[in-house]
Design a protein around this ligand. Structure first.
Ligand SMILES: O=C(CO)COP(=O)(O)O
Length: 251
């Protein structure tokens, strides 16, 4: 029996775009057509969240790429809290992205605190995990992704608001996509981890999406795997190819 999980495709724009290019992305998303069976979320740089929400059709949700762990206060230079993202119409926050962990030094503890706060604000969390190349090569993939998932899980009371994004660091922005078998293997292990450590129901219902060099060319095959419930897309989400990725499961 096919699973009941709705396919989920997120576009993480990272630190890219200006009003002109953002208008181009909004146009191809509004023109679509987008598969109604796919939940679509785009994550512009925080400064464009309000602008994008104002122009984008309602069949695409918006997300911040990160946020601080409290709603407001004396945190000069922080760019967005979940409360502020919510105020401009966002419904999701990406947390624990590889670039937050490895470029900006965010640790599991801080990511966990952010997770708790975002869920308390009533927003969804796209919870990112993934191993580095040397960790994969020394057979530590499961150990790393289980540790990262566990730090999220300790702060999650309602898994219906969470999508788990497996993004192997070696595949991000490199053009080296995980094979469908590699993605399926880790996703299946993560689902088993959820069954063993959270509950069978959460394991069955939680979307586990794949990120790392997803393209119009490789999305269909990845999307045939039973535990791949969608994608988190970087570079290709800035191009019209993103529509093909959203429609990956359409015949
Ligand atoms: O980091 C990613 C999405 O969050 C993946 O980026 P790329 O699709 O550019 O490899």
């Amino acid at each position: 029996m096919a699973n009941q999980r709705k396919f989920f495709v997120g576009g993480n724009w990272k630190l890219n775009g200006d009003k002109q290019s953002v208008d181009g992305i909004i146009k191809f998303l509004n023109d679509g057509p987008l598969d109604e069976n796919t939940e679509v979320v785009v994550s512009p740089p925080a400064i464009y969240l309000d602008y994008v929400r104002g122009k984008l059709n309602n069949n695409v949700a918006t997300s911040a790429q990160n946020c601080y762990k409290v709603a407001k206060g004396a945190f000069t230079g922080e760019i967005v809290s979940a409360a502020m993202a919510k105020d401009v119409g966002a419904t999701w926050i990406i947390l624990g992205h590889s670039e937050r962990r490895h470029v900006f030094g965010e640790c599991d503890e801080l990511i966990g605190q952010k997770t708790k706060y975002v869920l308390e604000e009533g927003l969804g969390v796209i919870a990112c995990i993934g191993e580095k190349l040397e960790e994969r090569e020394s057979n530590q993939t499961n150990e790393v992704v289980f540790r990262q998932t566990s730090a999220f899980a300790a702060n999650i009371s309602d898994w219906s608001k969470v999508v788990l994004a497996y993004e192997p660091v070696w595949a991000i922005g490199t053009g080296k996509v995980a094979s469908p078998e590699q993605a399926q293997e880790v996703h299946a292990s993560l689902r088993k981890w959820l069954a063993d450590n959270v509950s069978a129901e959460v394991a069955q219902k939680t979307r586990i999406i794949y990120g790392g060099s997803v393209s119009a060319g490789n999305c269909k095959e990845l999307g045939t795997k039973p535990d791949v419930d969608g994608f988190l897309v970087g570079g290709a989400s800035l191009k019209p190819d993103f529509v093909q990725i959203i429609n990956a499961r359409k015949a």
